[in-house]
Write a protein that binds this ligand. Structure first.
Ligand SMILES: Nc1ncnc2c1ncn2[C@@H]1O[C@H](COP(=O)(O)OP(=O)(O)OP(=O)(O)O)[C@@H](O)[C@H]1O
Ligand SMILES: [Mg+2]
Length: 378
């Protein structure tokens, strides 16, 4: 299947005006583009929501490029990536001597964005103190740099984004309700890719052409079988995941055609890729004892797997995607072999079922052999 972006995507006037087009011809994407075109002309604050990788930053840039502020700067700030103490001075600047290390006065991003657009990404991560300060800028368009009593006036349009449900954060009192309303003047929701599968082929074609061009390679094609598989896959990482996979295909492909066998197994089986199963945890300010934490998580999972399998090591190993011998060896090293016997399991757990809801067949509990390894189970 030859995918020529110019033929297959809806080459709208809006996309022609953008340095990076918002590809997609699904009804949902057409609505998104129409909304962007409309709200670009306003000066009001925009709140963009959507899962990770759905194109929130791309949409924010599009709003800026289509707005009367297009000749000003587009200044992105990732509120989740900058520690709180630094974020305040990053946003609002500081005067000389405002804090240890502030040897010179420095302008903040609000000032850089004067006449342009400030993109506040991951807004849900902003601390309570900064939320107050941001609320004031949004209301009065003025603020004081850190360590200064003098107000600075700015002409900035704010576009904020989050992949969290901000309304839930408001209900949990983690995000100020008044700030939520101030930001949510013009809401823009980017749909996940699984709700617009008709965009998948277009996106694949777009990224094939883009990455081939960047590498000076001829555009490669995707055969019908491979495209069918990609269209069925759920893309939990949304457009970013499409882009990353296509880039890899472009780099690795020598034949000029992508076939089903070139695709990763998790795509073929519509399963969750390993990297997507990474726990969403954030590093505490004081750091962590990584080995200690990992050990606790591992022990917890092992214990739960044994409980769910009523002590049956074959089933427990399966639940942990481990080979049975490896699992038993790990239990032995941790001194957990004895603790897998039924007497140590609470009654409630004994009645448990497997994670997928299927009832457990009668389990057998075995004594460890002198080598520390249990006799083979079926
Ligand atoms: N509709 C689209 N057309 C073309 N490229 C897209 C589209 N949507 C997203 N992309 C591309 O996918 C990648 C991810 O998009 P972006 O960074 O805007 O996502 P995001 O929603 O901000 O993700 P995160 O929440 O993880 O920050 C970027 O390279 C972007 O250019
Ligand atoms: Mg982003």
């Amino acid at each position: 299947m030859q995918l020529e972006v110019s033929e297959q995507s809806e080459v709208s006037g809006l996309n022609n005006a953008l340095s990076n087009p918002l590809v997609g011809n699904s009804a949902r994407m057409r609505v998104v583009r129409a909304l962007i075109a409309r709200l670009a002309n306003s000066n009001s604050t925009v709140l963009i929501t959507g899962e990770s990788g759905t194109g929130k930053e791309l949409a924010a840039r599009a709003i800026h490029e289509l707005s009367p502020r297009q000749d000003g700067c587009f200044v992105p700030v990732n509120c989740g990536a900058i520690p709180e103490e630094l974020l305040e001075s990053e946003l609002f600047g500081h005067v000389r001597g405002a804090f240890t290390g502030a040897v010179n006065a420095r302008q903040g991003r609000f000032q850089f964005a004067h006449g342009g657009t400030l993109f506040l990404d991951e807004i849900a991560e902003m601390s309570a103190k900064l939320q107050v300060k941001l609320l004031r800028v949004l209301q009065e368009r003025q603020f004081e740099p850190v360590g200064s009593d003098t107000s600075v006036q700015v002409d900035v349009r704010v576009v904020a984004a989050t992949n969290r449900d901000l309304w839930v954060a408001v209900r949990e009192r983690k995000f100020r309700e008044d700030l939520f309303y101030r930001l949510n003047v013009l809401p823009l929701e980017l749909p996940p890719l699984r709700e617009r599968d008709s965009d998948i082929a277009l996106l694949v074609g777009h990224f094939l052409a883009l990455h081939a061009r960047r590498r000076g390679k001829p555009t490669i094609q995707v055969d019908d079988g491979a495209m069918g598989i990609m269209e069925k896959y759920s893309w939990p990482g949304n457009v970013r995941e499409v882009e990353n996979l296509v880039e890899r295909l472009v780099v690795l492909n020598e034949e000029g055609i992508v076939r089903p066998t070139d695709l990763p197994d998790y795509v073929i089986h519509n399963a969750t890729p390993q990297h997507q199963t990474t726990a969403q945890v954030s590093l505490p300010n004081e750091g962590v004892d990584l080995d200690g934490v990992l050990e606790k998580i591992e022990n917890g999972f092992i214990q739960q797997a044994l409980e769910r399998s009523r002590g049956n090591k074959t089933l427990a190993a399966e639940l942990l995607n481990l080979n049975r011998t490896t699992f038993i060896e790990r239990l032995r090293k941790k001194g957990m072999l004895q603790s897998t016997r039924p007497a140590s399991l609470p009654a409630a757990v004994i009645n448990n079922v497997r994670a997928d809801g299927t009832p457990l067949t009668e389990s057998r509990f075995e004594q460890p052999s002198p080598s520390g390894l249990a006799p083979a189970e079926t």
